[in-house]
Design a protein around this ligand. Structure first.
Ligand code: HEM
Length: 539
C-alpha cells in the first residue's frame, strides 16, 4: 500500500525480494549457517527443533489440492459462532474444536476474509521455514492509518518491509540475547523489592492477613513498572499506593485500547465508509493511541533532556536501550517514540497474564511448588537476591515459565500473510493468504506433549547435554526473524519475579477464587479474578 506510493520503497522492496531468493537457496545449509541467514541468535537456535532446519526433500511426488478442497466451517456457521455466540472470547476453544473436526489444516471465512488455519507442529514449521526476510503478520492498516493521520512513525509491530527491517536490526542488536538484557537485573530487582512490599501491604489489608485479591492487578503493575524501567530508564510509581497522574492516564488509555479491542482489531471488519454511521470504535482507537503516544513522548523527551544536560556539563552518558537509541541516532526520534510505545503495549499484559497463570498453577500444585522451592533454596538459600546469571542454575524456574506458556499461551494463535505461493499440508496456498498458526491446539497435542493437560515444568528439563526437548509444538514467543523482540526482557522479568516470590512466600489458592478458566480477549487471559494467599516461608 504505502510501498506503491514511494518509488524508493519499491526499489528497496525488490532488493529485499531477491535477498529472499538467496535465503531460499541457503536453506540446505547446516544449522548454524541457516540460523545466521534467518537472523536467529545462537540461544534461539539452541532451542530450535531439527524439523525447522531440515532441508526440503526433493523429488517426492504428491497431488496438490486447491483451497476449494480444504475443509472448514461454513461461512454462515462461522459468522454465527464468532459474532452471535461471542466466539472472539473462545478463540482457543474453537481452535481445538475445529482441529478435531477438520484436521491439521482448515479454512474459515470472516465475511470476505479467508483465513487458513495451520494446527500441526510440522506444518507450522514448514510455514516458518518458508519465511522471507521481512515476514508480515497481519493486515495492520488501521494502525498505519492512525500513524499517517497524526504524522507518527510505525514501530516494530505495525511496520512492514524495509522500514521494519531497519528498526528490527537496530533493536535486535540491543535486546535479543539473554546477555543483552542481563544488565537490567538490578533495575528489575529494584522493582521486585516494591512488588514484595506491595504483596505485604495488600495482604495486611485483608482479615486473614495473607490474601491478595486479584493478583493480575498486582502483576499488571509490576509488569508495567518493570518494562518501563527498562524501556524509559525511569520509575513510574505503579506499585505505590498513590499512582502518579500521568501513569494513571496511561493505564486508562491502555484499558480503553483493550476494551475497544474487538471493535478495532477485528473491525478491519468495519469498513471505512461505515465510520460516519458507527464512529465510536475508530474514535476510541484514536483516543487510546493518542494517550499511549503522549505517555511515551513525555518519558522519551525527559530522558533526552537529561542526556543533553549531561553532555553540556561534559559528563559521560551512561544508560540502557533508550539512551543508546537517543545517542546513536540509528533511529529517528519519531521511530523511537513509536517503538517504545508499541513495546510497552506488547510487554505489559503478556507478562502479567503469564505471571498470574504461573502463580495460580503453583498454588494449585503444592508438590510442584515445593520442588521448585527446593531448587531455589539449594541454589540461592533464602536471602541471596537472584540475577540473570543465576537463572541457568534454576532449570525448574525456566521450566515453570515454559510450561505456563504452553498451557496458557498468551497469544493462542499467531498470523502470517504468505509472501509467496506455498504448498502446505498438500494444499496450494496462493501468495497473500492470511494464515493462522494455531499454537494453542499444538500445545495440547498429545503427539507433541505426553499428558498434555498436566502441569509439569520438569518436562522441559534436559536430562543431559545431548538431550533435546523438542518444543516446536509450543512457541509462545513465535519463531525466527519476526518473533517477539521482547522475549528476553519478558523472561528476565518473569524468572526473577517467580524466583523471588517462591523464595519468600508459600502461595496457595484462596477459597474466594472460583475455578478460573481462560478466555480470549485478544490475548488469552483469566476469565475471573485470581485471589491467592501469600504466607511467609519459615526459614
Ligand atoms: C510473556 C510475555 C510475552 C509473550 C508471550 C510475547 C509473545 C509475542 C508473540 C507471539 C509475538 C509475535 C511473534 C511472531 O509473529 O512470530 C510477539 C511480538 C512482539 N513482541 Fe512480544 N511477547 C511477550 C512480551 C513482550 C515484551 C516484554 C515486549 C517488549 C518489551 C514485547 C514486544 C514485542 C514486539 C515489539 C513484537 C513485534 C515484533 C516484530 O514484529 O518485529 N513482547 N510477542
Amino acid at each position: 500500500m504505502m510501498a506503491s506510493m514511494n518509488p524508493f520503497r519499491t526499489t528497496c522492496w525488490k532488493s529485499l525480494q531477491s535477498g529472499r531468493r538467496l535465503f531460499f537457496n541457503a536453506r540446505t545449509l547446516h544449522k548454524s549457517a541457516a540460523g545466521e541467514a534467518l537472523g536467529i541468535t545462537a540461544a534461539e537456535e539452541e532451542d530450535m527443533p531439527d524439523a525447522l532446519m531440515r532441508p526440503v526433500e526433493a523429488g517426492t511426488k504428491t497431488t496438490v489440492k486447491s483451497l476449494k478442497d480444504m475443509p472448514g466451517p461454513g461461512t454462515l456457521a462461522n459468522l454465527i459462532e464468532f459474532f452471535w455466540r461471542d466466539g472472539f472470547g473462545r478463540i482457543h476453544e474453537i481452535q481445538m474444536n475445529h482441529r478435531k473436526k477438520y484436521g491439521k489444516i482448515f479454512k474459515s471465512y470472516f465475511g470476505p476474509q479467508l483465513v487458513v488455519s495451520v494446527a500441526d507442529r510440522e506444518l507450522v514449521a514448514q510455514v516458518l521455514r518458508a519465511e522471507g526476510v521481512a515476514p508480515q503478520r497481519a493486515n495492520m492498516e488501521s494502525w498505519q492509518e492512525y500513524r499517517q493521520m497524526r504524522g507518527r512513525s510505525t514501530g516494530l509491530i505495525s511496520a512492514e518491509g524495509e522500514d521494519w527491517l531497519k528498526m528490527r536490526s537496530v533493536l535486535r542488536r540491543l535486546i535479543m540475547r539473554p546477555r543483552d538484557v542481563a544488565v537490567f537485573s538490578g533495575d528489575v530487582n529494584n522493582v521486585l523489592d516494591d512488588l514484595i512490599k506491595r504483596v505485604c501491604s495488600l495482604r495486611a489489608q485483608e482479615a486473614d492477613g495473607v490474601t491478595v485479591l486479584n493478583v493480575n492487578d498486582l502483576f499488571f503493575k509490576y509488569a508495567m513498572e518493570g518494562v518501563a524501567a527498562i524501556l524509559y530508564e525511569t520509575r513510574l510509581g505503579c506499585l505505590e499506593n498513590e499512582i502518579p497522574k500521568e501513569t494513571q492516564d496511561y493505564i486508562n488509555a491502555l484499558s480503553l485500547m483493550f476494551s475497544s479491542f474487538k471493535t478495532t482489531m477485528y473491525a478491519g471488519a468495519i469498513p471505512k465508509w461505515l465510520r460516519p454511521v458507527i464512529p465510536k470504535p475508530w474514535e476510541e482507537f484514536c483516543i487510546s493511541w493518542d494517550g499511549l503516544f503522549k505517555f511515551s513522548t513525555i518519558h522519551v523527551d525527559k530522558r533526552f533532556a537529561q542526556i543533553k544536560a549531561q553532555l553540556e556539563r561534559g559528563e559521560e552518558v551512561k544508560g540502557g536501550m533508550l539512551t543508546h537509541m537517543l545517542v546513536t541516532k540509528e533511529m529517528s526520534v519519531e521511530e523511537i517514540y513509536a517503538n517504545v510505545t508499541e513495546m510497552l503495549l506488547a510487554g505489559v499484559d503478556t507478562t502479567s497474564f503469564t505471571l498470574s497463570w504461573a502463580a495460580y498453577l503453583l498454588a494449585q500444585h503444592p508438590h510442584v511448588q515445593q520442588e521448585i522451592y527446593n531448587e531455589v533454596q539449594k541454589t540461592l538459600g533464602s536471602s541471596t537476591v537472584p540475577t540473570a546469571e543465576d537463572v541457568p542454575q534454576l532449570p525448574l524456574i525456566r521450566g515453570l515459565v515454559k510450561e505456563t506458556l504452553r498451557l496458557f499461551p498468551v497469544l493462542p494463535g499467531n498470523g502470517r500473510i504468505t509472501q509467496d505461493d506455498l504448498v502446505v499440508g498438500g494444499y496450494f496456498i496462493p501468495k497473500g493468504t492470511q494464515l493462522a498458526l494455531c499454537h494453542y491446539s499444538t500445545s495440547f497435542d498429545e503427539e507433541n506433549f505426553t499428558d498434555a493437560s498436566d502441569f509439569r515444568p520438569d518436562r522441559w528439563i534436559r536430562k543431559d547435554s545431548t538431550d533435546h526437548v523438542d518444543n516446536f509444538g509450543s512457541i509462545p514467543f513465535g519463531y525466527g526473524i519476526r518473533s517477539c523482540i521482547g522475549r528476553r526482557i519478558a523472561e528476565l522479568e518473569m524468572h526473577l519475579a517467580l524466583t523471588r516470590l517462591i523464595q519468600r512466600f508459600h502461595i496457595a489458592v484462596s477459597p474466594l477464587t472460583a475455578d478460573v478458566k481462560a478466555k480470549t480477549h485478544g490475548l488469552l487471559c483469566p476469565a475471573a479474578p485470581i485471589h491467592l494467599k501469600f504466607t511467609d516461608r519459615e526459614n
